[in-house]
Design a protein around this ligand. Sequence first.
Ligand SMILES: [Zn+2]
Length: 272
Amino acid sequence: MAVVGRRRRGAAAVFCLTLGLNLAGILAAQAQDDAAPDARRTFLLGNMEFILFHEMAHALIGELGLPVLGREEDAADSLATILMIPDEPDEAMDAAVAAAAEGWFQSYEASGGDTAELAFWDEHGLDPQRAFAIVCLMYGSDPERYQQFADEMGLPPERQETCPNDYALAVLSWNALLEPYATEAAGAGQAVTIQYEEARPEHAHLKEALIDSGLFESVVAGVAQAYRFPEPVSAVLGYCDEPNAFWNPEERTLVLCYELAAYYEELTTARQ
Ligand SMILES: [Zn+2]
């Protein structure tokens, strides 16, 4: 599992992902509920998958002591994206990547799009920048296949030009860093403990959707089995009192908060 680009497998972390969410904006958005259930599920799970890969990128960086040039948050987004892009035409996987990009656009819109409130100082890129970075890497992985996608997402032609190189460099860089740590065979990696904390009644369906999706197994366990983590790792779906997700380096635990899943569900609802 040394090769990172295209196909799922991959990476881990250090800090939380402070998402900078504006809940007030979302709650103020009209809650229309006429989205197709499948589309809503794709949106929710595509975003959850991206976030789990993003946190596992932090885990890899921290646990393996990987060097990072530039912002770690950008690097984590980059790895999450290239791991989610399918290597064969796969509409479901394409939709998951598109959902992750759309999620950042939606998050920005939900904040009211007030440029005076933008956190230019933040360790994360601005939400629309994170969205376009995903679109650029996806387009760059196969310009012919994703031309319409890039156009529809509003990635200008002048930016599209550089995306194939962006994608190639991202794959080259992550492969160079991770290849020495690739495990020899499936099952050769560290043990992974996954825990789903009891959900409040209003979040029970989110717990069920995440368990049914197998995302914790495919992403967290997938990455931990693909690379030689020095210690066992664990993942928890639980409550945090804020919509967030983070890698806890002391406990070697990835935490995905119910509040974050609920936040994305609200975004899905609000995007009508
Ligand atoms: Zn992060």
